[in-house]
Design a protein around this ligand. Sequence first.
Ligand SMILES: NC(=O)c1ccc[n+]([C@@H]2O[C@H](COP(=O)([O-])OP(=O)(O)OC[C@H]3O[C@@H](n4cnc5c(N)ncnc54)[C@H](OP(=O)(O)O)[C@@H]3O)[C@@H](O)[C@H]2O)c1
Length: 329
Amino acid sequence: MPVRALGGQGLTVGAIGLGTMGMTMAYGAGDEAGGIATIRRAYELGVTLFDTAELYGLGTGSNEQLVGRALRDIRGDVVIATKFGFDMSAPQNADGYALNSRPEHIREVTENSLRHLGTDYVDVLYQHRVDPDVPIEDVAGTIGELIAEGKVRYLGLSEAGPEVIRRAHAVHPVSVLQTEYSVFERAVEADVLPVVRELGIGFVPYSPLGRGFLTGAVKPAAEYPADDMRSWDDRWQPGNYERNLTAIRELTALAATKGISVTQLALAWLLAQGDDVVPIPGTRSPQRLAENVAAADVTLTPQDLARVQEILPKGAAGSRYPEAIMPSW
Ligand SMILES: NC(=O)c1ccc[n+]([C@@H]2O[C@H](COP(=O)([O-])OP(=O)(O)OC[C@H]3O[C@@H](n4cnc5c(N)ncnc54)[C@H](OP(=O)(O)O)[C@@H]3O)[C@@H](O)[C@H]2O)c1
């Protein structure tokens, strides 16, 4: 697996990472043994960046515990990224969990993450969502203190816009920005990617497979169980679903001309956007993991990239989040 640098502070990782969210939430039930086997297979295949969050355990720490257990004996060889930013003690309402990036809360959540992960440092600590009630300078300053204390190695932001990125970076260098980006979701291209490139910040596209749509292994929203977010995701709703499926069929035909899967095409497209990009596809299966990681060896030609652009000039039909929880930059 080729290695890529994220930011200018010394962070380097395999070109494709692994997102672990789906092992405990979002896409229906996962099982711990399958999650651990997938993480171990990822490591064998050269993946070094593992992405978790306080949120993914819904306040129980379960996702970080799973990641920590899987990586315990190879801790020094891998990069663990986790995130704070929600108040998991408050009940979830229609807008999701309340935000909380107050400095004392960041410290408390970080201590919990270290305990759940079974480690004494986190490699990348991300603010999961920008908290409008806490100046980003206070957030970056607090993470800077945690870095000075050796509890954290690198500062990350998620779903931050250009102004917030600049203000945080002025207080403490931001190593990586994580935001949704894929063939389906292109919003970062206008204002966000130019800023991270100007500042030398690495970029981690999350949901790089469009929450699974870009694998082609999809069914209409009504056929997913209630604990699978694709039952309500706008891109799966009638009308949008059919339009997106047509695009997937065209992308699959393009992939076939290259002898690769549409999943690999989607990941190779992201890798082709720049060597500062490290996607973190999520899967609970060692077999699917191997398929995904093989995308690191795929080279797309300018003609391939032009054909993708022709198929999906503006990305998917349907919004990536409901209005109430759509991050605003
Ligand atoms: N910062 C944020 O706000 C944020 C938000 C969302 C996600 N994330 C991070 O990004 C990571 C990835 O995003 P994601 O998990 O939402 O979406 P994703 O990577 O775009 O897609 C995941 C879905 O694709 C399926 N899949 C993966 N590989 C496949 C393959 N080769 N063939 C068929 N199906 C395949 C998975 O199912 P199986 O598990 O059954 O394989 C899962 O349902 C998360 O795990 C999380 O770490 C961050």
